[in-house]
Design a protein. Structure first.
Length: 495
C-alpha cells in the first residue's frame, strides 16, 4: 500500500478589491512532498495525480447588474482549485489572480468597470494547467448613460405590451415565415425581460409560443416555407430563438423550473437540425482562406461545394448549434463535437471575407461569394443576424475573433449611427449609404448591434436616441425586443 503524505498546501490570503475584482493575494503554496504510487503517479493526502491537469474548457461569463459570474467546464481528475487570472491586456494577469481553492466551476465577483482579459487554470496536487482560452469582459459602463429611454421601466414595457397584445400569443401566426420573422423577436424579448427583472411571467409566455411552434412544425426539417433554402433559413432563425431560451434557463438558476421544458424542446430540435448536416462542406478551396460552411440544396439535390449560403443564413444555424453545445456543457454532458466545430468554422469564415475600412469593418451580404446578388454590401437589418453569431462566438472564444475585431465592428456601428443620414437616423447600408426610410430600417440597432456598446459605450446613447425619436409608437415584435434590450443593457444584465 502506498504511504499517503498529508498535503502541505497553505495560503496567507488578503482580500483586495482591484477594479471591481476580488483579488486573493496569496503566498505561493509549498511544494507538496509525495511518495510515488507507481513510476508516474504521486499522492498528496488522498488525492492522486500523474501530471498537472489540462486547461479547463468553455470559459464564459455573465454580468447581472453589479455581479460578474465566471463559469467553465471542469478539468479532469482530482482538482484542488482553479486559478483565475485577469489582466489589462491579452495574456496579462496584472489586475488580479484568484485561487478558488475549490473544485467548483463558477466564481462570482463584483462586476468591474473597464475591459479585462480573463483566463482560468486548473490546479491539482501535481501543478497548475496551461491557461484556458481567454475571454474579454467589457465591464458595464452603460448604467451611467445620460439619455433616458422613452420606455425606461418594466412597467412601461408591460403597459405598452398589454395595450398592443393583451394575453394572446402575438401574431401573425400564419406559418413558418411568421414564426421566424416575428416570433423569433417576440421570444427574445421575453427572455430579455426575464433576465433583466427575474420575472418568470415572460418565460411562461415564451413557453406558450414555443409549444405553439412545435405543434405546427411542417416537416422533419422543421418549418416548411415553400422551398428548401427558405426552410433552412426559417428553421435556423426559429431554432436560434429556442436555443436562446434554453441557454437562458440553464445558465440562470432563477429559471431552473423551466429546464425540463428546455430539454424537451432541444430533443425535438436536434433531429431537425441534423437533417441539414449533408449541406455542410469543409475547406472550400475556391475561396480565400478555404472556409467551411453550409451550401444550398436547391439544385435537384446538393449544389456544388462553392454554392455557399448567404452568410446570415448559415449564421442562424451556427448560433443555434453553439447554444445547444453550451447547454449540454452546463448540464455536465458531452455534446456532439460537430456543434462547436461548425460554429467555430462559421465564425472563422467571416474573417476570410470581411474588409477593413478605417477603424470599421465592411462586408458583403453573400460572404465570400462573388455572384451579382452576393456582392452587395450588407444592410444594417440583415447584419444583426451576422452579429448575433459573431458576438456569441467571441464570448466563447471561437472563430479566432479578437477584441480588435469587436472594436472594428463597433466602428461599423459608429458609421451606421454617425448622423450622416440625419440627426438620430440610421444608415440602411453598413458602409454609411442609403438613409433609413422607415422603422424597419432602424430597429435592428436595438438588438445584436447594441452588444457592441460594450466596446464603445457612446453607441448606447446613440441607439436610445434613435428609439426615442422614431420608435416609441411601433407595435411589432422587433420594436418590443429593441426596447427590452435597451432596458437590459441599461441594467447591466448579461444574457
Amino acid at each position: 500500500m502506498p504511504r499517503r503524505i498529508p498535503p502541505l498546501l497553505s495560503f496567507t490570503v488578503a482580500a483586495i478589491l482591484v477594479g471591481g475584482w476580488l483579488a486573493a493575494a496569496a503566498r505561493p503554496p509549498l511544494r507538496a512532498r509525495a511518495q510515488p504510487l507507481d513510476s508516474n503517479q504521486v499522492m498528496v493526502g488522498d488525492i492522486p495525480c500523474e501530471e498537472p491537469p489540462t486547461a479547463p474548457p468553455g470559459l464564459r461569463y455573465t454580468i447581472s447588474r453589479t455581479t460578474l459570474t465566471l463559469s467553465w467546464d471542469p478539468s479532469p481528475g482530482a482538482i484542488l482549485g482553479y486559478v483565475i487570472e485577469s489582466g489589462s491586456a491579452p495574456g496579462l494577469s496584472d489586475v488580479a489572480q484568484v485561487d478558488t481553492r475549490s473544485a467548483a466551476t463558477s466564481h462570482d465577483t463584483a462586476a468591474p468597470a473597464g475591459t479585462y482579459y480573463v483566463r482560468v487554470r486548473g490546479r491539482n496536487a501535481c501543478g497548475t494547467s496551461s491557461p484556458s482560452a481567454e475571454v474579454v469582459i467589457a465591464g458595464c459602463a452603460l448604467a451611467s448613460s445620460t439619455v433616458i429611454p422613452a420606455i425606461e421601466t418594466q412597467s412601461a414595457w408591460d403597459d405598452k405590451y398589454e395595450r398592443a397584445i393583451g394575453d394572446a400569443i402575438p401574431g401573425p401566426l400564419n406559418g413558418a415565415a411568421d414564426y421566424a420573422w416575428h416570433g423569433h423577436y417576440w421570444l427574445r424579448a421575453y427572455v430579455s425581460m426575464a433576465k433583466t427583472y427575474g420575472d418568470t411571467k415572460y418565460l411562461d409566455q415564451a413557453v406558450r409560443m414555443i409549444d405553439y411552434w412545435f405543434a405546427r412544425s411542417d416537416t422533419n426539417q422543421g418549418w416548411w416555407s415553400g422551398n428548401s433554402a427558405q426552410t433552412m433559413l426559417d428553421t435556423g432563425i426559429i431554432a436560434q430563438a429556442v436555443t436562446i431560451f434554453s441557454y437562458a434557463v440553464w445558465s440562470d438558476g432563477r429559471f431552473a423550473a423551466y429546464r425540463d421544458k428546455a430539454d424537451s424542446y432541444l430533443a425535438q430540435l436536434e433531429p431537425m437540425l441534423h437533417t441539414y448536416d449533408a449541406q455542410w462542406v469543409d475547406r472550400v478551396t475556391e475561396f480565400a482562406g478555404a472556409p467551411s460552411f453550409w451550401r444550398y440544396a436547391t439544385c435537384n439535390g446538393l449544389c456544388g461545394r462553392s454554392a455557399l449560403l448567404m452568410y446570415n443564413q448559415g449564421a442562424t444555424m451556427a448560433k443555434a448549434l453553439l447554444l445547444i453545445d453550451r447547454v449540454y456543457r452546463l448540464k455536465g454532458l458531452t455534446p456532439d463535437p460537430d456543434y462547436v466545430r461548425k460554429a467555430d468554422a462559421a465564425a472563422a469564415y467571416f474573417k476570410t471575407f470581411v474588409r477593413q475600412r478605417g477603424d470599421a469593418y465592411v462586408w458583403n451580404y453573400g460572404g465570400a461569394r462573388t455572384d451579382s446578388v452576393s456582392v452587395r454590401t450588407e444592410d444594417t437589418s440583415h447584419a444583426h443576424v451576422d452579429l448575433s453569431l459573431l458576438i456569441t462566438a467571441r464570448q466563447f472564444g471561437l472563430g479566432g475573433l479578437t477584441d480588435v475585431d469587436m472594436h472594428r465592428l463597433a466602428g461599423t456601428m459608429r458609421v451606421v449611427l454617425n448622423d450622416g443620414a440625419g440627426l438620430n437616423n440610421v444608415w440602411k447600408i453598413i458602409d454609411g449609404t442609403q438613409p433609413a426610410d422607415g422603422p424597419w430600417d432602424r430597429v435592428s440597432v436595438g438588438y445584436d448591434w447594441i452588444e457592441l456598446a460594450d466596446y464603445d459605450p457612446t453607441l448606447f446613447d446613440k441607439t436610445v436616441k434613435v428609439f426615442n425619436q422614431y420608435l416609441t409608437d411601433e407595435r411589432g415584435s422587433r420594436f418590443f425586443l429593441g426596447w427590452a434590450e435597451i432596458q437590459r443593457k441599461r441594467n447591466c444584465t448579461g444574457l
